[in-house]
Write a protein that binds this ligand. Structure first.
Ligand SMILES: [Zn+2]
Length: 181
């Protein structure tokens, strides 16, 4: 890192700290020749992630756009305030963990729907009706029916139900007999 004042290459780091997002480090450096101090920022460069749309078009992955779609679906639903952000983060992590730079948009949609399905069924239907644009009422009804069917199976697992008493740590026993899906 050259000194901005005299061009000297030898600089010394005098202070180093994480910024709020902790993906950025701010360093104060001092030039060994003229003692000028200056600041550098070191930032993690996220690998490119390109979304391939249905028509073959390509677009840089836009986490904010995904989060906003999730937020919309979750509007006024009884979920944690940061549920949409968290889901968007998890989806991004999942997409990036695949080790490829290109991902089909349908994969992103499927992950978003899976997340919403776990979070809140109304939000899921909202999102799916926009994203998947059910062909007719019958298709929408089939989807809702499948949610009902699932609900029957999973009622033991419903984490949102108020627990009885305070010794609610016996969850393991209740799940012991449950097999994977
Ligand atoms: Zn200098």
């Amino acid at each position: 890192m050259r000194c901005a004042h005299c061009g000297e290459r030898e600089t010394r780091v005098v202070d180093s700290r994480d910024l709020d997002d902790s993906a950025t480090i701010r360093r104060r450096r001092e030039c060994s020749a003229c003692a000028t101090r200056f600041t550098t920022y070191e930032r993690v460069e996220a690998a490119r992630l390109v979304i391939v749309k249905r028509d073959g078009g390509r677009q840089e992955f836009d986490r904010e756009k995904l989060a906003s779609g999730l937020r919309k679906a979750l509007t006024r639903r009884p979920v944690a305030e940061d549920a949409a952000e968290k889901a968007a983060d998890e989806i991004e992590t999942e997409l990036r963990s695949q080790g490829t730079t290109e991902v089909d948009s349908s994969r992103v949609g499927a992950l978003a729907m899976a997340k919403l399905r776990e979070l809140d069924q109304i939000a899921y239907i909202r999102f799916a009706s926009v994203y998947q644009s059910f062909d007719d009422l019958e298709a929408l009804k089939r989807e809702v029916d499948s949610l009902y069917a699932e609900r029957g199976d999973d009622s033991v697992e419903a984490d949102h139900r108020p627990t009885v008493g305070k010794a609610g740590k016996s969850g393991k026993a209740g799940r012991a007999g449950k097999t994977g899906r």
